[in-house]
Design a protein around this ligand. Sequence first.
Ligand code: G3H
Ligand code: 13P
Ligand code: NA
Ligand code: ZN
Length: 328
Amino acid sequence: PLVSMRQLLDHAAEHSYGLPAFNVNNLEQVQAIMEAAAELDSPVIMQASAGARKYAGEAFLRHLIDAAVEAYPHIPVVMHQDHGQSPAVCLTAIRSGFSSVMMDGSLLEDGKTPASYDYNVEVTRKVVEMSHAIGVTVEGELGCLGSLETGEAGEEDGHGAEGKLDHSQLLTDPDQAADFVKLTDCDALAIAIGTSHGAYKFTRKPTGDILAIDRIKAIHQRIPNTHLVMHGSSSVPQELLAIIREFGGDMKETYGVPVEEIVEGIKYGVRKINIDTDIRLAMTGAIRKFMFENPSKFDPREYLKPAREAAKLVVKARFEAFGCAGQA
Ligand code: G3H
Ligand code: 13P
Ligand code: NA
Ligand code: ZN
């Protein structure tokens, strides 16, 4: 069934596990996630970005997720809107049937100008007021995603601050987090700990100076009852980069968030872990390989099938690592 995200997050907190939240844009991604969940008996969070809605259209996304619920009636599914840039965007998603929304007030409506704290509180509180009245969950964000190595947001288009961020913007302050949750009453809080969106997060395998897992612990100590969210949490597996390179792709050296660091975060209140890039890398590698090995084939089903299989392997690995398998 379609369930509220709050329900899943509370269950995850009670049983000390984390839920990966996968971005979806098309049929094959939805199928990959549902097949993995069914095989491992795991609850599911699927989320759609503004880019996803632009690509697929609100109606197609909604019906894809409704189809997932119909095809897998025993699996709890959350349909979450990722990075809502204004209360109006959140309202549209709610009207479209999303059971959870993110009001990302860390940036202004342009999605790139860092916002003031007061602005963030105001828009988030507004979304909480309209959402809670009808049982919709709200995720807020405090602090800006971006690299502690370079001060940059990482992603060229969308969901990232423009220009250099300073250290204080790149790490969520625990006291401010406590104040923010008190003033907004949001259900879940996305925090900044040095991760960024996309494939290029770190120039080396991250250590504590560039991936601040300790900050999660400090925030969790301050607000133990708030579900924490990690964005930019793809692990960017080296073996997926290798497949893409082997079959003609151009990927520079890069490192993601190691699965074991996320597992550490789950011990300290992280309940939702956002993953998009890893599925993109898996599908791209599989399609490149298929195209290279089968130059005469032209039926999209033939190359989308291995892409769906590759995505499913990533999804299963995260369900298992985060302790989500068997919790449906
Ligand atoms: O928030 C970032 C996600 O990776 C979504 O990216 O805007 O390209 O769909 P997108
Ligand atoms: P990745 O780019 O690391 O997959 O992060 C996705 C994300 O945070 C979506 O909100
Ligand atoms: Na989100
Ligand atoms: Zn994000």
